[in-house]
Design a protein around this ligand. Sequence first.
Ligand code: SF4
Length: 340
Amino acid sequence: MRFLPVRAYFEPQALEYPLGKKIYNQLEDMNVPVRMASSHNRVTGLPGKTAAEAYNEAKKTLVVGVRKTGSFATCKPSAHYQLPLNTSCPSMCEYCYLATTLGKRPYLRIYVNIDEILAKTKKYINEREPEITIFEGAATSDPVPTEYLSGLLYTTIEFFGGQENARFRFVTKHNDIDALLTAKHNSHTRFRFSLNTETVISSYEHATPSLAQRIEAAVKVAQAGYPLGFIIAPIFFAPGWQLDYSRLVTELAAALPALAKKDLTFELITHRFTKRAKLNITEVFPNTRLPLAEEERKYKYGQFGYGKYVYNQETMAELKNIMTERLAESFPAAKVEYFV
Ligand code: SF4
């Protein structure tokens, strides 16, 4: 499944970069209407009368801009820093973790000043040497759907391939990854896939590759020698969850080659939501069946200043026990990096 933008906007400065020009020409060849926008942060005039329509249209819109290389945000618990390459994603998961930050107009942004972004990355690496610094490439996006236009992941993977004291990681639900299989990664990039049960995928995800397609892509990535990882998220405490997640783990264990199981990580994230995300979700997906009752949750203060509603302690403990048990049975050599 390949993302085809319906329209694109360019910041004028983006055309001063070779990558900006290349993307512009590609979009012209694809007959995508291109307009100019004064800033990648202020794209106005997108169609859509209702919140749901506006959200849908934004997800079909590509914005190409230049990222100011101010400071990088921190990125707990998966890395030291976020590496800003792009934002958003064309899929329509109702629970999307970007619902809080991107709001109701989640158009897709690509940053073309990659050389400047990587030069800034190098400064962060130098500051912490000889410690290893880890950068996360998917904190504000699923970076794979726009990769065929930008090559940003490929460039970044090869950059980290040449860094002794830094590692890169990103996560995707998408399977358009063949172009990345030949990148010289030097095992310095952990390529992760986000998985969930068939029940969760069919209930809350739209326009995402199937579980089987994601696992198939993960097998290719492992065969290309990348360290592999999986994020299982969001984990829902819902009827049948034990059986559903056990099936997921068994299916994955059956599909992965032995080689991939030697250096494998899991990150486990339970379902949570912020007040702002809930407001956006219920406007954009008015018929959502997501469990969003605040009174059934515990309120937890978060690192970015806004709190979130998480499962209570007892439920968290039960989810953690079962999930880590199942993973230990099927993947004895894998590391569960965190459970939140
Ligand atoms: Fe959000 Fe990831 Fe779904 Fe894209 S694939 S909508 S980034 S949860």
